[in-house]
Design a protein around this ligand. Structure first.
Ligand SMILES: O=C(CO)[C@@H](O)[C@H](O)[C@H](O)[C@H](O)COP(=O)(O)O
Length: 233
C-alpha cells in the first residue's frame, strides 16, 4: 500500500515529505494550475520533494499529443513519472503503446469494466474517484469493490482518489483499494484522532517517562535504594 499527497504545491509536498509515511505525489491539471508556475518547474520541484512517484495527467486529447506529452513528462522527471491517462478509447490505446517504456495509470474510471481494459492495456494503476463516483453514480465504494474483484490476480493496482473523509479513506481500502491519494488536510485528518490524543494526554498526566525521571525525586530515591541494596549483595 502507498498513501500519496494529492497536490502540486511545493510547500505542501514539503510537509508531506516530513511526515515520512507519504510515498509520492499525484497531480492533475487543476492542481498544477494552482501552483502558478510552469508545469515543468512544478514537476521538477515535486520530484525533488519525494523519493517516490509523481503522477502527471496528460492534457492532450489525441493519440499523438498524449504520447508526446507523456514522453515530455518522462524527460523531465524520469523514473519518478507515473502518467495518468484518461479512461477513453484513445487513452487506452496510448496506455497500450506507452506502458512498455513509462509507468501508466488510467484515471477517471467510473465503471469496473474500464479497469479490466486498463489492465489489459498494461496500466500499473487504475484510479477511481470515490466521492465523485458516489455523487455521480450513487456508490463510489461499490465501484472500488467491483474494480478489486475484476483486477484480482492481475498486476494492476487500484488507487482511490477523491476521498473526502477518514471514513471514506478506510472504506476504500476495505473495499480493495491498494493505494490512496489525499489532499494535505485529509492526510493530516487521517493521522489525527481525538481519542488517541486524549488517551496519551491521560497517560502523560498520571505517569512518568524517561524525560521525567530526574524530575521525580521520590522515584529517584527509591531507585537509589534499590541500587545500593544490589551493590551490598
Ligand atoms: O486522480 C488523481 C490522482 O491520481 C487526483 O489528482 C484526482 O484528480 C483528484 O483527487 C480528484 O480530481 C479530486 O476529485 P474531487 O475531489 O474534485 O471530486
Amino acid at each position: 500500500m502507498a498513501i500519496y499527497l494529492d497536490s502540486a504545491i511545493a510547500s505542501e509536498a514539503e510537509i508531506a515529505r516530513r511526515m515520512g509515511w507519504v510515498k509520492g505525489i499525484t497531480t492533475n491539471p487543476t492542481l498544477l494550475a494552482k501552483s502558478q508556475q510552469p508545469p515543468e518547474t512544478t514537476l521538477i520541484q515535486l520530484a525533488s520533494l519525494t523519493p517516490g512517484p509523481v503522477f502527471y495527467q496528460v492534457t492532450a486529447m489525441d493519440y499523438e499529443g498524449m504520447i508526446a506529452e507523456g514522453q515530455a513528462a518522462y524527460e523531465i522527471i524520469g523514473n519518478q513519472t507515473i502518467l495518468k491517462i484518461p479512461a477513453t478509447p484513445v487513452g487506452f490505446e496510448v496506455v497500450a503503446s506507452l506502458s512498455w517504456e513509462i509507468t501508466c495509470s488510467v484515471t477517471a474510471i467510473y465503471h469496473p469494466i474500464q479497469a479490466a481494459i486498463a489492465s489489459e492495456a498494461g496500466a500499473k494503476i487504475a484510479i477511481a474517484y470515490v466521492n465523485r463516483a458516489t455523487r455521480l453514480l450513487g456508490d463510489g465504494i461499490a465501484l472500488v469493490r467491483d474494480m478489486a474483484a475484476i483486477l484480482k490476480g492481475t498486476d494492476t493496482e487500484i488507487l482511490a482518489a477523491s476521498i473526502k473523509s477518514p471514513e471514506e479513506a478506510a472504506l476504500a481500502l476495505q473495499a480493495g483499494a491498494d493505494h490512496l491519494t489525499l489532499p494535505l488536510a485529509m492526510l493530516q485528518a487521517i493521522a489525527t484522532h481525538d481519542l488517541s490524543e486524549k488517551t496519551v494526554a491521560e497517560f502523560n498526566q498520571n505517569g512518568i517517562g524517561l524525560k521525567t525521571l530526574e524530575l521525580a525525586p521520590d522515584i529517584n530515591t527509591d531507585m537509589d535504594l534499590d541500587m545500593d541494596m544490589d551493590m551490598d549483595i
